[in-house]
Design a protein around this ligand. Structure first.
Ligand code: ADP
Ligand code: MG
Length: 473
């Protein structure tokens, strides 16, 4: 019976597919490529070392049965791990029936970087400590105690406490906190992390913004350390990623996060996410990631009502040790309604005004301050901010965006940065040009016209403009 590797693998897949969840099949078996068969040894190519480890840990018996059915008792399996640059072979050295584990010849397997030298390359690892210690990056002022409860946040707050009591052990995994800007997503996410660290000091907790995560990922690709990046994140017991909406449109980062997420989730690790939108409203996030966001619990933070605003203000004032008359507090709570950050901002500038100008905090003063404050909250954007956002959006670094290359997608990114700088800053064409890769004013003018033309004719391009626009208004 002479069969080629493709046919054998195909038949194995039919059997495997029958025996596991469709999602698991898709995730773990569809990406595999059969390479060859020789002397009853089937070689399969897997995308990463992590992938191979996963198969070994979870699906080795299934693979064994499947392969034996096709090839017979003497069947063996060899993994070929596809690395970004080179290929490494990880071979099991015994026959499948004898053990459930495929043993790996050690010299052939890449040792994860964190085992080699804990101080190397990883920004979170503190050098000189034997065990792996990871700085959680938590802000210790963002505690549960400081997170005032109100109707607008009751569910999210108590679910967050449940998660903190039993990280990875509730059905709130992932736990997604969503809501508008300044409503306390970051604060609550930190509070959970801080509480877990107190209750479970042995657990590794890590807080990171999705933006920083993306940047690290881009760097890791550039430096050829993508695997180290993945391994690092797979070590975490409680991973908190803030503002995941930032991953929109970044398919590379989404992909790597998808793998990290799977690993953590399937190992009972807790994942906590925040986002400015509910999963159903997230755009440009891949379906497979979205479906995972929905596995756990999504809890919304809403705008605080009047009573909660009063309570938050009082808490803040008490913490700062100042004395402010009740009617002033009420005035602020009545007029600053949109979110907690603005509420805090208003009270801080009120206190500052009063102490700098040695004035009493009177209702007249509060009127002036709040009035000004409510009007001035629209944020200013700079050329550098715009460039950075555009570069991030297209998953390139700033140097690439500014470089002299004529590659179309880079040129377009550069033109978009110029266009938005014209639109949202008061800078002159010349000044925009000199900021964005030392171009002259004519180039900027040309860029603005090109963007306008393309937005009329190119649907994809129009989408870029719309997406980016949201980041600046
Ligand atoms: P988001 O991440 O949703 O934009 P933040 O978590 O940064 O919002 O919150 C903005 C500010 O408001 C922070 O200083 C935070 O401490 C404060 N804040 C938000 N919600 C509450 C709350 N319920 N009690 C006390 N402070 C709050
Ligand atoms: Mg935040």
């Amino acid at each position: 019976m002479l069969q080629n590797h493709q046919d054998i693998w195909k038949s194995c897949l039919v059997f495997i597919k029958d025996n596991i969840q469709p999602q698991a099949y898709k995730t773990w078996f569809e990406p595999i490529n059969p390479v060859n068969i020789e002397d009853n040894v089937l070689s399969i190519e897997v995308p990463s070392k992590f992938f191979y480890e996963w198969l070994e840990e979870h699906y080795v018996s299934l693979l064994k049965v499947a392969l034996k059915r096709e090839v017979g008792e003497s069947a063996r399996l060899v993994y070929v791990i596809k690395m970004s640059s080179a290929q490494t072979q990880a071979e099991h050295t015994e026959q499948i029936p004898s053990s459930n584990k495929f043993r790996v010849q050690p010299q052939e397997v890449d040792v994860p970087i964190y085992k080699r030298d804990p101080s190397l390359r990883n920004p979170f690892v503190i050098p000189g400590i034997r065990n792996i210690k990871i700085d959680s990056q938590l802000n210790n002022t963002y505690t549960f105690n400081g997170f005032i409860e109100g109707e607008s946040n009751r569910l999210a707050r108590s679910a967050g406490m449940a998660v903190a009591n039993k990280p990875g052990g509730t059905s709130f995994n992932p736990f997604l906190i969503f809501g508008g800007v300044g409503l306390g997503k970051t604060h609550l996410a930190h509070a959970i992390g801080i509480d877990i660290k107190e209750k479970y000091p042995e657990k590794t907790v890590l807080y990171i913004s999705a933006e920083k995560f993306t940047q690290q990922y881009i760097d890791s690709v550039k430096n050829n350390t993508r695997n180290d990046f993945i391994h690092f994140y797979q070590l975490i017991d409680v991973l908190i990623i803030d503002d995941v909406q930032f991953l929109a449109g970044k398919s590379g980062t989404q992909d790597v996060f998808f793998h990290i997420f799977n690993h953590l989730h399937q190992n009972g690790k807790q994942v906590i996410l925040t986002s400015d939108k509910a999963p159903v409203d997230m755009q440009d996030i891949e379906q497979r990631l979205l479906s995972r966001f929905k596995w756990g619990l999504s809890a919304e933070l809403q705008s605080p009502n009047y009573d909660t605003r009063i309570a938050i203000l009082k808490h803040k004032i008490f913490k700062d040790g100042v004395d402010i008359p009740e009617e002033i507090i009420e005035y602020v709570a009545k007029h600053v309604k949109t979110n907690v950050r603005e509420l805090e901002g208003a009270i801080i500038s009120l206190i500052a005004q009063a102490s700098f100008n040695k004035k009493d905090i009177t209702i007249e003063l509060v009127r002036v301050v709040v009035d000004k404050f409510v009007k001035n909250t629209k944020k200013e954007v700079s050329i550098d901010y715009i460039q950075k956002m555009v570069a991030n959006y297209f998953e390139m670094d700033l140097e690439t965006l500014q470089s002299k290359t004529r590659k179309r997608h880079i040129v377009q990114a550069r033109q978009l940065a110029m266009y938005f700088s014209k639109k949202y800053t008061k800078a002159s064409l010349a000044s925009i040009g000199s900021h964005i890769g030392k171009r002259d004013h004519a180039t900027v003018l040309h860029a603005c016209r090109t963007v306008e033309n393309l937005s009329d004719t190119d649907k994809q391009f129009k989408k870029y403009i719309e997406d980016l626009n949201k980041k600046f208004v």
